[in-house]
Design a protein around this ligand. Sequence first.
Ligand code: C2E
Ligand code: MG
Ligand code: MG
Ligand code: MG
Length: 283
Amino acid sequence: AKQKGGQAITVFNFNKHTNEVMNKPILERELRKAISRKELTLYFQPIVHVETSTVHFEALLRWFSPKLGTIPPDVFILVAEDRDFIQLIDEWVIEKACEFLRSLNDPKAKVAVNLSPKTLAAPSIESRLIEGVSEYGISAEQIELEITEHSLLKNEQAIIYKLSRLKEVGFSVAIDDFGVSNASLNYLRLLPVDKIKIDKVFIHNIEKETKEYHIVHSIISLARKLGLRVTAEGVETSKQAEMLLESKCDELQGYYFSKPVDEHSLPEAVKELQSRLKVLVNQ
Ligand code: C2E
Ligand code: MG
Ligand code: MG
Ligand code: MG
């Protein structure tokens, strides 16, 4: 049965807890048109490097569909991965991130972009990245690539080789959502990376001497021994931030500092988080 726009709200049924989507064909059809219709936007979430009080940003994709409403990235990224057009989307994100960096006109500014494992596996991604930075007059050092853990190791040697080359030209590489995949330690062992981002499920419960606290503490000291930087994702309270600083976590990201915001709201968000940073550092 054909569904016309307007009824779509009832066609979809998002379950927040499972990210289950009914009616994937409509979602796919709309998503394929979303770029040219300018329905996609990049939001940016500040990541704080505490020691230097400097900030960089993670680019997070948002889709505001006039027909379907706001669809969370966890949902539509999966569809795009599943239907093999995630590369188009990731490349759009790379271009927008470059554009944003050019507009900042600050060689020290840095943006992290998420790359789906499928995008990373694509032969053309390397040249897209290299051409992207040169076209926009920025440097590879200004872009960090966030790689999620799942399924990467299918093509292990090729991925290791590709990441090494990208690092050689200046891009940095982070393992995203570290700890939730059963391959985490294997990633650490095999992949040439600069940073790990501890998944937010571990940060959630670290205020007391919980399992999570000990896991996070150990991941941080392991990372330091391997010469890697560490970011904690999902920092929501000052107490969590304190604990992480005590454990010598390099970078903090989460709602406590700022939610992801649009480009326009970013200066204000950064200004506000500076005040929270002062409180933390003076404690
Ligand atoms: P991620 O890369 O791990 O991004 C972090 C997610 O945690 C974001 O969700 C962010 O909004 C959320 N977050 C940040 N701080 C907090 C906090 O304090 N508490 C809680 N509860 N959540 C927090 P978001 O924006 O919904 O994105 C979800 C996932 O979608 C991302 O996880 C990433 O895997 C994927 N994604 C987003 N944009 C892109 C993209 O351009 N390309 C690809 N391939 N994937 C993307
Ligand atoms: Mg990420
Ligand atoms: Mg993550
Ligand atoms: Mg993720």
